[in-house]
Design a protein around this ligand. Structure first.
Ligand SMILES: Cc1ncc(COP(=O)(O)OP(=O)(O)O)c(N)n1
Ligand SMILES: Cc1nc(C(=O)O)sc1CCOP(=O)(O)O
Ligand SMILES: [Mg+2]
Length: 213
């Protein structure tokens, strides 16, 4: 049984977009506004630097009982005792992450198409991240936008908790939630917002308003 988690409002961090405000300050404000889960994503960071960032975020998130997910780096997640890891189709396989991190770890997997779904072992997976729903400037190697229709298609085939990701703004929330997502994962809508807490509050209220009963 993995740590409890709530996909309602999933903050994914980005080193460029948090540079001015600072990583910890950005995460703190997002949590104040209602972010329910946080992923540390810094694809260019070396392991030691990533581990230091992760430890700082764990200290910050612990009193709020909010899980920290490490993007890609199962070794760093294990080293710092993070609650989970998010893996893509080219990262370590979920079964390997599960074997390393144990049964309590939250293991997320990216699925961007029916073909990727067919090639994936969802047995060791706790939730899926589906997208990009829209075009995004945050991830240079993201696949083509799948839109709400693509999300609908994946929802019909996947029983696991699902978070939608990719270019999501307030105006997209109704569509992705009506397609059956359990929440939204965002980088720029929070990290680049002038008021992170206010942006988080507004996004979360919208997710809760439009979530399927
Ligand atoms: C919640 C969530 N969903 C999808 C991704 C993308 O993961 P991946 O495809 O491995 O790409 P990178 O983020 O590693 O560049 C994610 N990170 N989080
Ligand atoms: C990290 C990530 N993964 C994606 C996927 O489709 O798997 S899109 C993405 C970046 C999302 O950033 P923004 O909210 O700024 O568009
Ligand atoms: Mg990855």
């Amino acid at each position: 049984m993995s740590h409890p988690f709530d996909l309602t409002l999933y903050l994914v961090t980005d080193p460029r977009q948090t540079a001015a405000r600072g990583l910890s300050e950005t995460v703190e404000q997002a949590v104040a506004g209602g972010a329910t889960i946080v992923q540390l994503r810094d694809p260019d960071a070396k392991g030691r630097a990533l581990a230091e960032q992760a430890r700082a975020l764990l200290t910050l998130l612990k009193p709020h009982n909010i899980p920290l997910i490490i993007n890609d780096r199962v070794d760093v997640a294990a080293a710092v005792g993070a609650q989970g890891v998010h893996l893509g189709q080219d990262d370590l396989a979920p079964a390997v992450a599960r074997a390393i991190l144990g049964r309590e770890a939250i293991v997320g997997l990216s699925i961007g198409s029916v073909e990727e779904l067919a090639a994936s072992d969802l047995g060791p997976v706790d939730y899926v991240g589906c997208g990009p729903v829209n075009a995004t400037g945050t991830k240079g190697d993201a696949g083509g936008a799948i839109g709400v229709a693509g999300l609908n298609d994946l929802r019909a085939r996947i029983q696991l908790p699902m978070v939608a990701i990719g270019g999501l703004k307030g105006e997209d929330v109704q569509g992705v939630m009506e397609a059956g997502a359990d929440g939204i994962a965002v980088v720029s809508a929070l990290c680049a917002a002038p008021d992170v807490a206010a942006a988080a509050r507004a996004l979360k209220a919208s997710v809760l308003e439009f979530r399927r009963p």
